[in-house]
Design a protein around this ligand. Structure first.
Ligand code: SAH
Ligand code: DHB
Ligand code: MG
Length: 238
């Protein structure tokens, strides 16, 4: 499709302009491919987008759901201030192993912990641990569980923190209530969920580029989000 070629060419043009040479990210992609991981990481400009959002929000603690080879992890972890921390959750031990090597080469292994297991269980463990609240969460794992991920992430992110969800537009298929695709159905549930909860502020940015037509949900967590705190305006949190 000509339109798609145009999106890709424009992505390449913008990457050439805006993204400095990045040996660590190049090596991460090369080794992920060599290990046979699927090439479904965020695009280079989206990776820079994650970096920009993490930096702009001053995030010190970041939660990621879906590590793959650690491409988005590297982008997010680079935005952390000294003493900052990122926890990334990944089901597949092979993916986690590749990611850890990529993070080490990028000099980020001291700030990043990759936890292996089903993300729903790992999130439940973070909740029972009373892990210090996160400032930002990036949700990018299997789509059928996305509502569960969002609900748990919402309880782990402080009020005013950000939750970014990848792949929420799916070529516009999310408009189709009859879609047989379980990824589309789950994503529709997430969007309806966002529509219902007025304490959060949410937008969806549609994106085009080398990954086709898709989008990010970007959500600022409202006062009622955090677990175990009474939503009282005068109470300092965390
Ligand atoms: N965020 C990455 C891409 C993640 S791809 C990047 O942009 O670089 C999605 C990842 O989610 C895959 O590695 C897949 O193994 C993982 N995943 C799938 N189901 C999962 C589950 N139930 N729990 C945790 N991770 C899961
Ligand atoms: C695909 C893309 C993604 O960003 C993702 O998280 C999962 C799958 C894909 O292109 O198939
Ligand atoms: Mg994705």
């Amino acid at each position: 499709m000509a339109e798609t070629e145009d999106w890709e060419a424009t992505d390449r043009f913008l990457e050439g302009l805006l993204l400095p040479p990045d040996p660590a990210l190049d090596a991460a992609l090369r080794d992920s491919e060599a290990a046979g991981l699927p090439s479904i990481q965020v695009s280079p400009l989206q990776g820079q987008g994650l970096y920009v959002l993490a930096l702009a929000s001053g995030a010190r603690r970041v939660l990621e759901i879906g590590t793959l080879g650690g491409y988005s992890t590297i982008c997010l972890a680079r935005a952390l201030p000294p003493g900052g921390r990122l926890i990334s959750l990944e089901l597949n031990p092979r993916h986690a192993e590749v990611a850890r090597a990529n993070l080490q080469r990028a000099g980020l292994d001291q700030r990043v912990e990759v936890r292996i297991g089903p993300a729903l269980d790992l999130l439940a463990a973070l909740l029972t641990e009373h892990a210090a609240p996160f400032d930002l969460a990036f949700i990018d794992a299997d789509k059928p569980n996305v509502v569960g991920y969002f609900d748990r992430a919402r309880r782990l992110v402080r009020p005013g923190g950000l939750i970014i969800v990848d792949n929420v537009v799916r070529r516009g298929e999310i408009r189709d209530p009859e879609s047989p695709d379980p990824n589309v159905q789950a994503t529709r549930q997430l969007l309806l969920h966002l529509a219902e909860d007025r304490s959060d502020r949410a937008t969806v940015l549609q994106t085009v580029g080398r990954k086709g037509h898709d989008g990010w949900a970007i959500v600022v967590v409202g006062e009622s989000g955090q677990e175990g705190t009474t939503p009282s305006k005068g109470t300092p949190s965390g």
